[in-house]
Design a protein around this ligand. Sequence first.
Ligand SMILES: *Cc1c(COP(=O)(O)O)cnc(C)c1O
Length: 397
Amino acid sequence: MITPVLPTYARAPLAFVEGQGPWLIDEKGDRYFDLGAGIAVNVLGHANPTLVSALEDQARRLWHTSNLYRIPNQEKLAELLVEHTFADTMFFTNSGAEAMECAIKMARKFHSHAGNPERFRVITFEGSFHGRTLATISAAGGEKLTKGFGPLLPGFDHAVYGDLESVKALIGPETAAIAIEPILGEGGIIQPERAFLKALREICDAEGLLLIMDEIQTGVGRTGKLFAHEWAGVTPDIMAIAKGIGGGFPLGACLATERAAAGMTAGTHGSTYGGNPLGCAVGVAVMETVTGPGFLEEVNRLAGALRQKLEGLISAHPTVLESVRGEGLMIGIRCKAANMDVVNAGYDARLLVVPAADNAIRLLPPLNITDAEIDEAMARLDAACVAVEAAQREAAG
Ligand SMILES: *Cc1c(COP(=O)(O)O)cnc(C)c1O
């Protein structure tokens, strides 16, 4: 018999009822160390007092008015994001997929508004992930996402991630934009050369295309810069964000330059809930914290320390872990053992890590994790590796 909740997730049999910083507490009172942070969402940990009070203050005053009216928190958050990014303007959403939808619509509208409605195609990349709506699964294109859901939305051409020639081969008179995750998240924490992102920017400029960055997972300090594209020294024309910006409250946004947003006039796009007072109150508190003095420097220092410890664990457990990659606190470990064996051994060691493609696990800790907490997490990952080794020995007889 089908469960009351549609069974689209292969869930772990764990149910958490409380969180404290990097800790999650389950129904039995067991404490788990959370190295996944709700898939890169809880950037300031669980039940962060600053975020709780921002939400509580707003919750006592006003929850929802709709976008029929001005929303002061929304304007404040937009001003903060404009101040700290390439963007001049933005549209608020409730999720990442909606932010990417807006990005795709905006790119099409840009060309149609400029008198080139035939330019509607977007070059995207194999192995990428942009959300689960029809447009965003069409954009990503992978069989796992799209099978059985056709016909898909036309207008996406899939290049090979990191391969410039494959991008160039797809550009034609109908091409409107290139959309890319600066680091593949669900795809296994795969990073292209910085020169690749630079080259995409150059191609976009030369061909009159818009560059769309999907920074839904990489953004808001995760990689040690406020946004990952800063590492490559290039800026997009349009950027989708979500996950970290709400610190756990559903919130996303599609940021753009004034030029790219030219066609998005009153009545062209909308959302009932997008940019509601509650989400934006939390978003402002997240932005103020992450852009505060020394915050990102500390993320980079912690990332270096964690990375060093992970190299040690990889050397100590060569039959379980293979290599580490990623940027800042967006870390992927390619496993030698099956990645789900490591994830499950983690559960037994009361440690939460997130699987990804390419037999990887992801470590996406809260950005305000401490050195002592990193040591605690590494002790648990070590214990999980020891357990996987024991199972390997048993299987070998
Ligand atoms: C999570 C994610 C999305 C989708 O966000 P939702 O909030 O689940 O719709 C899109 N792109 C990337 C890169 C993501 O990591």
